[in-house]
Design a protein around this ligand. Structure first.
Ligand code: FAD
Ligand code: NAP
Ligand code: SF4
Length: 669
């Protein structure tokens, strides 16, 4: 019988030889566990829990079919029979939980970060320092053989299928696009010849693995680079792939070198499903759509509209492995929603650190960060309901401790209540909804509007001090001038900010405040976003790009920092460029190497390169960093106090560290 709320999302999908239990695909995501020596036990533990909670089909992170195809040196590989046994633990774990899993075969081509890189033609990509060698005709044949051997090994390892990665600008995509395929032999030149490479891979793979094996092909539907494919070429390739034997076509959006944000939090939810929808009339095989789908109602709407047959979500399963089951059981308000921040997942992978999740630090630490019931319940006071305090209070209570949570404010969330005011950071609302519900479920005694004092905290076995931070005050003449305001006043809208603004401090908060003040109302919604970033819904040219629309800034903003170098250099690895580009579009001026002199009625007086300058502004917003708020601590002598979050270390604090520390401290109480 169809599910009453999610009749499309939770409907089975019959692929002929196998039926998937629902329309939810856990999309491929490299998490840094793929390179474990010996059997891949940590990956197995990670996938097991997602399969247990009913994901329809899991796709692993990319495994290379050869040494040269790895994204980095020693990247996870499946290219020989002797590597098969490493994967058995994964497929056994998933099958024991009633799930299905496919291995993604990923050949990086010119994106490889090592000197053995190969590509259709000799070239360097903008995102790797290594120049790839052009494959010889024999090399092309050999590479096709590598894909086939990898798929055969995947079948031997017990996988239910493979996903052939043909998008995002990796090797296969490099063969397809004229931009990167300059060959003059039978593998280059005309479009028909450029697509021979993916088609031969699929044909020969199908022949080798037989009919009872899933082959998903990830097809780049929007390249979002100059000289990418046209829509007619995408349709043509999709039909040919169907004829060659794919079981399912998955949607790829944008090459990694594209200058259009495609998955970050400022991308509206489900902003790209329209392109999958457009392909549906041309093929019979099921289509998967993807990008910024993170809640069940969004996924259901996408499927109900007929945009696709399945939805792919990757990061949402880092955030909450129980996502499908919670949807099925009507517990959507318990879903720990992926906020698309990239901070603990993709940013980690780029830094060669194991991925995890800002809102769920247990992700990828399934067998290490275990929240077990306590044998000795304690009375625990948590002071501060920011992310550190929320994570600690709910984790401690989940374990069976008696927890009282104090916050001076009238609502939970601490600084997340400021963060969620920033355009494009609205997903923090979901984090607060999640914690609100979690406090109820775990039975935490929540006392809001309650500035905790030493008297309130007597009698507790442990006090977790999660009192956060104070903004750093400005110490120049005129710091008390009425023009000078704090980011807190601005984001709480307790001041009416004028048309010309200078911001002191170009860290994460300075950037957010600039985006908040200069915001462009026309950039909202799917169409506003696509127009702002120059994505051509009409697909009239190659790569689906068009001239971006001119932004209309609400204010004239100047962002200042004392240090030299590019402002925003320390912002997130995968999102910093988006923040910088956004401010540039909004005409925000950035000044480095600034010495602040004073503020007076004329504005902010600064020195740059020895030259005096007056920034004639109506307001000066101070975003000059933060210091720990430990004012309560001195009165707690003799009590068992543990600091967490900003109260512990304010420097380089973010919600990722706050939640991680709060969870770990409470897990060990
Ligand atoms: P806080 O969030 O500061 O919470 C401390 C709480 O303690 C407050 O609610 C306060 O009322 C309470 N309190 C203090 N003293 C007492 C007392 N005596 N009794 C009772 N209650 C008390 N981080 C990210 O990771 N990603 C982002 O994108 C991001 N964006 C941000 C954007 C903005 C505009 C801002 C301001 C911050 C952003 N941050 C972001 C940073 C993140 O919000 C902080 O790092 C995080 O909130 C710190 O958590 P915390 O729990 O340590 O402290
Ligand atoms: P921050 O990133 O440390 O930036 C503080 C800024 O103030 C710097 O530009 C610093 O640069 C300047 N500054 C420091 N001391 C100063 C002083 N005495 N006078 C004038 N300027 C001074 O801190 P933040 O912007 O307050 O952010 C706080 C934390 O929240 C950060 O750790 C950040 O990671 C997190 N956050 C994250 C995000 C995100 O998107 N991930 C967004 C917002 C906040 P100069 O010294 O060069 O002037
Ligand atoms: Fe989503 Fe952020 Fe978690 Fe990554 S770190 S999975 S983007 S919430």
């Amino acid at each position: 019988m169809a599910h009453t709320r999610y009749p499309n999302l939770l409907a089975p999908l019959d692929l002929g030889h196998v039926t998937l239990r629902n329309r939810v695909l856990m999309g491929s995501m490299h998490v840094g566990l793929e390179e474990q020596f010996g059997p891949l036990t940590k990956l197995a533990a990670y996938f097991r829990v997602r399969a247990r909670h009913k994901v329809g089909l899991i796709v692993t992170g990319g495994f290379a079919p050869s040494w040269s195809g790895g994204v980095k040196p020693l990247a996870g590989r499946l290219s020989n029979a002797w590597e098969v046994h490493k994967h058995r633990v994964i497929t056994d774990a998933v099958h024991e939980e009633g799930g299905r899993i496919a291995l993604q075969i990923l050949h990086a081509g010119r994106y490889a970060y090592h000197p053995l890189a190969v590509a259709p033609s000799p070239q360097k990509s903008p995102i790797s320092p290594f120049r790839a060698r052009g494959l010889s005709a024999r090399g092309v044949e050999g590479t096709i053989g590598d894909f086939v051997r990898c798929a055969v090994a995947a079948k031997a390892a017990g996988y239910d299928g493979v996903e052939i990665m043909g998008s995002e600008g990796y090797l296969i995509n490099q063969f397809i696009a004229a931009k990167t395929n300059r060959r003059t032999d039978g593998w280059g030149g005309s479009f028909e010849q450029r697509i021979r490479f993916p088609l031969e891979i699929v044909r020969r793979t199908r022949q080798a693995v037989g009919a009872d094996f899933i082959i998903v092909f990830r097809l780049s539907m929007l390249d979002l680079v100059d000289d990418g494919s046209t829509w007619d070429e995408v349709v043509h390739l999709a039909k040919e792939l169907q004829a060659a034997g794919v079981s399912i076509l998955n949607t790829g959006i944008g090459w990694h070198e594209a200058r259009v944000p495609t998955i970050a939090t400022m991308v509206p939810r489900a902003a790209f499903t329209w392109i999958t929808a457009r392909l549906r009339e041309h093929v019979r095989v099921p289509l998967i759509t993807s990008n910024r789908i993170n809640m069940p109602d969004v996924a259901e709407q996408v499927l109900a509209r007929g945009d696709a047959d399945m939805v792919s979500m990757a990061r949402p399963f880092l955030a909450d492995p129980e996502w499908v089951e919670k949807a099925e059981q009507g517990r959507e308000d318990e879903i720990n929603t992926c906020i698309a921040c990239n901070q603990a997942c993709i940013d980690h992978v780029f830094k060669n650190i194991r991925a995890s999740c800002l809102v769920n630090p247990k992700a990828c630490y399934e067998d290490e960060l275990v929240v077990a019931p306590t044998a000795a319940p304690k009375r625990v006071a948590v002071v501060g309901a920011g992310p550190a305090g929320l994570a600690a209070a709910t984790t401690a209570a989940e374990r069976g401790h008696h927890v009282v949570l104090f916050d001076a404010a009238a609502e939970i969330g601490g600084q997340l209540n400021l963060a969620r005011q920033v355009p494009g950071k609205e997903e923090f609302n979901e984090t607060l909804r999640y914690f609100r519900r979690r406090l109820e479920i775990t039975g935490v005694d929540v006392r809001l509007g309650s500035l905790a004092t030493a008297a309130d905290l007597r009698g507790f076995d442990t006090i977790l001090l999660a009192t956060g931070v104070h903004p750093r005050a400005l110490s120049i003449p005129g710091a008390d001038h009425p023009k000078v305001v704090s980011y807190i006043d601005v984001l709480r809208r307790t001041v009416e900010v004028g048309a010309r603004v200078a911001i002191i401090g170009a860290g994460g908060i300075g950037f957010d405040v600039a985006a908040f003040l200069a915001h462009d109302d026309g950039a909202h919604g799917v169409d506003g976003y696509l127009d702002t970033w120059g994505v051509d819904r009409a697909y009239s040219g190659r790569g689906a790009l068009k001239a971006p629309r001119e932004a209309v800034a609400a204010r004239d903003v100047t962002l200042c920092q004392r240090s030299a170098g590019k402002p925003g250099a320390k912002l997130g690895k995968t999102t910093g460029w988006i923040h910088r580009a956004t401010l540039q579009k909004l005409g925000v001026k950035a000044l480095s190497g600034v010495t602040y002199q004073r503020v007076d009625d004329a504005g902010l007086h600064v020195l740059i390169d020895g030259r005096s300058l007056v920034l004639e502004v109506d307001h000066v917003v101070v975003c000059a960093g933060q210091e720990p708020n430990r004012s309560l601590e001195a009165s707690l002598a003799g009590m068992n106090v543990v600091r967490i979050g900003g109260a512990d270390v304010a420097s380089e604090l973010d919600a990722r560290r706050a939640i991680d520390q709060g969870t770990r401290v409470a897990a060990a109480l």
